[in-house]
Design a protein around this ligand. Sequence first.
Ligand code: GDP
Length: 290
Amino acid sequence: MSIQWYPGHMNAAKKKAAEQMENIDLVIEVVDARLPEASTNPMVDELRKFRQRPCLKILNKIDLADPVATSQWADFYNAQDGVTAYPMTTKKPADVARVLDLARRLAPHRSVPTKPLRIMIMGIPNVGKSTLMNALLKKRVAKVGDEPAVTKQQQKLYLDKNTILVDTPGMLWPKIALPTDGLMLAASHAIGSNALIEEEVAVYLADEMLRYYPDLLVARYGFKEIETFDGIAVVEGIAAKRGFRQKGGDFDFEKASHTFLGDYRSGILGRISLETPASRAERLAAHEAE
Ligand code: GDP
């Protein structure tokens, strides 16, 4: 497995995040609701606990996630100290509109003009940080804070007169704690994958869907006798249905993998979560036993 991520960035990112944490009151951590643990970085928790900052944990992209799994994750995170979970999608203005209210409730000692609530959005790439930030900024009263920026990287944007948003989201790299994390992140497109890996990711996703969402595979691709399929058969089946063949006549596995992953990422396949608190615990236990 050679999914690429860049540990070299880690130290610089951690240093920056630690500095930023000192000057804020609340962390909004955005994760992907379909893979909340695989798409978190434990550094957020480590740093915010050290500074005793509360966290609004946004389980974003619920439009793509399985509602049952999402609700289990919300319970899971709400049971954690200092954490409030908020399942939402940036696609719904009504969901975005609630973010500030929830944020204020988490730091009730702030949110007055002399002590504005200072918020930083954090998360790994592609979970929706910029989209959320832009959506929040559309609602703001003033365009840019009147205080001079401390540094170019840390401008302050007023969301309203009592609430400041640090202008750059704290970008962190995923921490791949389990081998399946890399596969989940690649399936959701949080990390890139080359053609070879894409085939592996497609087979992984197919196996997961066979286990948890076989009906959705049948609905999309019209497979018959899916009980006899394994992950490879699913991808080959897509190649067969779509007529994806190589010059010699063999199935074009690469093209079928790409199509399948595209269908997953766009939500055409349905609302599919890649982990639940139970499946995560199971995988962690199995990994530790190895
Ligand atoms: P960032 O790297 O964390 O800043 O992520 P972006 O804000 O650039 O979003 C990454 C991708 O996810 C973009 O294609 C967004 O349109 C998409 N996205 C963001 N929020 C949602 C959501 O709630 N639902 C869906 N389906 N897509 C979303």
